[in-house]
Design a protein around this ligand. Structure first.
Ligand SMILES: Cc1cc2nc3c(=O)[nH]c(=O)nc-3n(C[C@H](O)[C@H](O)[C@H](O)COP(=O)(O)OP(=O)(O)OC[C@H]3O[C@@H](n4cnc5c(N)ncnc54)[C@H](O)[C@@H]3O)c2cc1C
Length: 561
């Protein structure tokens, strides 16, 4: 305060502060992303993974204010692209903010790209999925190169010659972002190039051409000419790419630097100006005499790269579930601290309906995702593989598709603050549609489900066997499953009806999995709201759902433990 004189020489006080700030929610930070997530703890325990010190420590790290700030900085400072260096040498260099490098270093050091592939110490797929789910809540963008590096392993193994050189570097839990040849590095990352201008879903339309440099076949060096319309994380050390060889569409590992130490003919044209996924650079590239080794057999490119794609699709399930979880955590954090009309939002019945419904979505997504992670951990069990074949396509379709609407509704829980860029909600919202589009868009997943049903009808039997484990527990679920069987008995116009079929496959499986692993309130809420028809927007849970019990699972009081 200061004092001034008025005409009558009387001093009066001027109030410099206009108001007190109150009734605003504090940021959700310095909390444990792992131990504050009750459904995560329960689901992992259900599949045999207990609350380990490692997971707890990683959860604390992910929830620290420092790491959360990295997520913001990496997105506020877009990757920058330099075609040439200061004196005119072509460099094709993408520069990232230091926060992006911090996030990459954190994840790679923890083995988010390598855990299940290691000899020892080794993570299960379940554990890696849990770590990845936590990491993605900080920032989804840098998850792209992590996922691609993780998913490249089965494909690269198809070529023993390449595996010998590349796998030790891929599996090294370290981050070496330097722009130098792979053979000068102990740790590398791997990207993927399939999509071309004339077709992304239909990769058979690829026009890039590969010709052998000397010998041909698996592991031999070819020269590639053409382009890729989307190539994310262009600073990866090599990319699994498709190109047409004499024997048909084939898969190649194309390094950024050639084996003779010369920069490879991989020319970044520009970076994509994306709506979301900002911390991740996505580029357009031209291939001019780019050298790459064939991976797998000539003409079997799709079969080779599908090994990678199956895992990136699984990671889309993980990533979208993580986005949903973070959105609900933010919404509940706000509702716990904000009052309106004299009552905390979290205590207002209508807001409880919305929050509980949003949380039910997370519960269903998490149950399906972690069930698939558990199946991934049993590669030699044919029954688990049948379940995964359908489950990855169904899960990728359903969970990714549900995420944009979920992000929007969670954003609205924060009111106007939810659309302001200094909170994570706008980022979650912009990120939400992307997992549904890449790695096979919604319709492509739907067609993949039909393909699986046609090629291996046992996948559907396996799906019903899994759900039979909870038969007789909920009449609504039993009748939804019976209807689903009837729907499948009609094979007319399957393609036209595919989305509906997959929605029902997803919902019934999610309900069944929740019966096995979640408490009564969650199961009641999920089944009554998702399997009784007539739902529109979030927040239409029927009376009788214990919203309080469901919401209390989002952010317990001891959230930093
Ligand atoms: C941020 C971002 C990063 C990406 N990074 C990479 C990358 O690193 N590497 C890479 O290879 N690609 C990448 N992509 C490309 C992505 O995988 C493709 O955009 C995607 O596969 C779809 O291909 P498209 O864009 O050519 O669309 P199209 O194939 O033309 O599809 C358009 C629409 O038609 C639908 N459709 C297609 N066929 C059918 C059909 N038979 N019946 C019904 N519907 C159909 C699709 O579902 C889609 O909705 C990236 C994309 C994005 C957005």
């Amino acid at each position: 305060m200061s004092s001034i004189q008025n005409d009558s020489d009387q001093a009066f006080e001027v109030v410099a502060e206009t108001h007190d700030v109150f009734n605003q929610a504090g940021a959700l930070e310095n909390y444990n992303v792992f131990s504050s997530d009750i459904p995560l703890l329960e689901t992992l325990a259900h599949f045999g993974l207990s609350d380990t010190a490692e997971l707890r420590a990683y959860g604390a790290r992910c929830g620290s204010a420092e790491v959360i700030a990295w997520g913001f900085e990496a997105n506020e400072n877009k990757p920058q692209f330099d075609t040439h260096d200061r004196v005119g040498h072509r460099v094709d260099l993408v520069k990232f903010h230091p926060a992006y490098h911090q996030l990459m270093n954190m994840a790679l050091s923890e083995g988010l790209h390598s855990g299940p592939w290691q000899e020892s110490p080794k993570n299960t797929h379940l554990e890696r999925a849990a770590l990845s789910y936590m990491q993605t809540q900080i920032d989804a963008g840098h998850g792209c190169p992590l996922t691609m590096t993780f998913a490249s392993v089965p494909t690269i193994k198809l070529s023993p010659r390449l595996a010998e050189v590349w796998l030790p570097k891929i599996l090294n839990n370290a981050y070496q972002p330097e722009n130098v040849p792979y053979f000068e590095k102990d740790a590398v990352t791997i990207g993927m190039g399939m999509t071309e201008k004339q077709g992304g879903s239909d990769v058979r339309a690829n026009t890039s051409v590969a010709t052998p440099l000397r010998e041909s076949g698996n592991g031999a060096l070819y020269v590639l000419n053409g382009h890729k319309w989307f190539l994310s994380a262009p600073m990866c050390d090599a990319f699994l790419m498709l190109a047409q060889a004499k024997g048909g569409l084939s898969c190649f590992l194309v390094p950024r630097w050639r084996e003779d130490g010369i920069k490879n003919g991989l020319y970044v044209q520009r970076l994509k100006n994306k709506m979301g996924n900002v911390s991740n650079a996505s580029s357009e590239v031209e291939l001019r005499q780019a050298q790459g080794w064939m991976v797998g057999e000539e003409g079997r490119g799709v079969a080779a790269i599908i090994e990678m794609v199956a895992l990136t699709r699984f990671d889309c399930m993980v990533g979208s579930t993580a986005g949903q979880r973070q959105a609900v955590a933010q919404a509940v954090n706000h509702a716990q601290q904000r009052s309106s009309f004299g009552v905390r939002l979290i205590d207002q019945p209508l807001m409880q309906n919305v929050l509980a419904d949003l949380q039910l979505e997370v519960e269903g997504s998490l149950a399906l995702t972690m069930r698939m992670a558990a199946a991934l951990d049993k590669p030699d069990d044919p029954a688990e593989q049948l379940l995964m074949r359908l489950g990855t396509a169904v899960g990728k379709f359903w969970i990714c598709k549900r995420t944009p609407g979920h992000a929007y509704e969670a954003m609205e829980c924060l009111g106007g603050n939810g659309v302001i860029e200094n909170c994570i909600m706008p980022r979650l919202y912009r990120e939400a549609p992307i997992n549904a589009i890449w790695e096979g868009s919604g319709n492509i997943q739907a067609l993949d489900v039909l393909r699986a049903l046609q090629k291996t009808p046992a996948v559907l039997d396996r799906w019903f066997i899994e759900m039979a484990k909870t038969a007789g527990r909920y009449a609504l679920l039993d009748s939804a499953i019976a209807q689903l069987r009837a729907v499948f008995s009609n094979s007319n116009n399957l393609e036209f009806r595919a989305r509906y079929l997959i929605e029902q496959l997803a919902l019934t499986m999610q309900a069944s999995l929740l019966i096995s692993s979640a408490p009564q309130a969650v199961v009641d809420g999920f089944i009554w709201s998702r399997l009784s028809g007539g739902r529109g927007v979030y927040g239409c849970l029927p009376e009788g759902v214990d919203a309080h019990a469901i919401i209390s699972r989002v952010l317990p009081d001891n959230r930093s433990a």
